[in-house]
Design a protein around this ligand. Structure first.
Ligand code: SAM
Length: 352
């Protein structure tokens, strides 16, 4: 599955680097194929506007906690531009330039904010240099992380900083399932790519709990190309990844068994995790006859009709496939039980 929920008919077979632990596709994916993913059809930035805005606020707070106020910000892979807007509100003296090949078809540019369509290599020459460059959940989509970082470095003002945010690779988590994640980057892999791009890490941190399994590295230009080989991945990492993907491979059968007694099956949750169940637990998903959500305007188009949660509360005993990220399933199950429904969770098998 791609990160916006589209299904591609390709196997999810991964290999890992024995030096840095980065995981990547076992069978090559061509540059042309990668580029076609991010066109008008790539819907992630426009699928759930309220959640997008909420995430942008959380990322803005995290970045502000780690960086001094800049004057010129470049965001590569800016999605909808929501994060740049938040940052400009927080830093009133700053200007922002955002670039994304799948920028939604609106033109919200203004005096302080310029948004354009394009990949990292399309940053226009007249854009100048930036004292803060950010890329949030983008580097794992690129064909060569070090080349991507080199391109960012070439736009850095003297004493500027680059902030890279991307999924944590360890412990393995949902990010391993997205076909357009060409890399799962361990902290060592991120440092190795930075070093190969003549960038030094000033700080490397994990995300605050509310953001989830993500990491940040703050980089600055390094005069010499002082590439230091990474120490090597922990030996358990390969087994952890195999175990994780194996549990996903067996999930459909287990969910069929857990939902067997339910005459009717509804999914609770209509976002990225629901899309993962559609892709990787297709037999169970084919039993789902409606998607219940608190806010129907935020639901992705995943096949079954979307209904407000209150509608299914009218059907006590209804089986509810919990289709939200594993870490909130326990709390949701309590709510569904209180409302007389029959929750079907899977966070005991796949905790993240
Ligand atoms: C997972 S989305 C993240 C979007 C946004 N930063 C956010 O966090 O909501 C990844 C984004 O990277 C963009 N992207 C992929 N490859 C890119 C590249 N080589 N250069 C610039 N942007 C790229 C995609 O179009 C997509 O919008």
């Amino acid at each position: 599955m791609l990160s916006d929920g589209r299904i591609v008919q390709r196997p999810l077979a991964k290999m890992a680097c024995l030096c840095c632990g980065a995981a990547f596709h076992a069978s090559g994916i061509s540059s042309a194929e990668v580029r076609t993913i991010y066109d008008d059809a790539y819907a992630l930035a426009r699928s759930s506007p309220k959640s997008d805005a909420q995430r942008a606020r959380a990322y803005c707070n995290w970045i502000r906690a780690e960086c001094a106020a800049p004057l010129n910000i470049l965001e590569v892979g800016c999605g909808s531009g929501a994060l740049l807007r938040e940052l400009l509100q927080a830093w009133p003296a700053a200007r922002g330039f955002g670039l994304d090949p799948a920028l939604p078809e609106t033109d919200p540019s203004n005096e302080r904010l310029r948004l354009a369509r394009g990949f990292v290599e399309d940053i226009p020459d007249d854009a100048g240099r930036f004292d803060l460059i950010i890329a949030v959940n983008v580097i794992e989509h690129t064909e060569a992380p070090a080349t991507f970082l080199r391109a960012l470095r070439s736009r850095l003002a003297p004493d500027g900083r680059i902030v890279i945010i991307c999924p944590e690779a360890r412990p393995p988590n949902l990010e391993l399932l997205f076909f357009d994640h060409l890399y799962s980057l361990t902290q060592a892999a991120l440092l190795a790519a930075s070093s190969a791009a003549s960038l030094a890490a000033k700080r490397q941190v994990s995300a605050p709990r509310e953001i989830g399994d993500f990491q940040m590295v703050v980089l600055e230009a390094h005069a010499a190309d002082a590439t230091t080989p990474p120490a090597g991945p922990p030996p358990e990492l390969l087994a952890e990844r195999n175990g994780y993907l194996g549990r996903w491979a067996g999930l459909d059968q287990i969910l069929l068994e857990r939902s067997a007694s339910a005459a009717r099956l509804v999914a609770f949750g209509g976002g990225q995790t629901a899309a993962l169940l559609r892709a990787y637990a297709p037999k169970t998903w084919s039993r789902v006859d409606a998607i219940a959500v608190d806010d129907p305007t935020e639901a992705w188009t995943l096949g079954p009709a979307v209904v407000p949660y209150q509608d299914i509360v009218q059907h006590p005993g209804c089986g509810v496939l919990v289709a939200t990220s594993p870490h909130v399933q326990a709390v949701l199950a309590e709510r569904l039980n209180r409302d007389g429904l029959q929750p079907i969770t899977w966070n005991d098998l796949i905790p993240r």
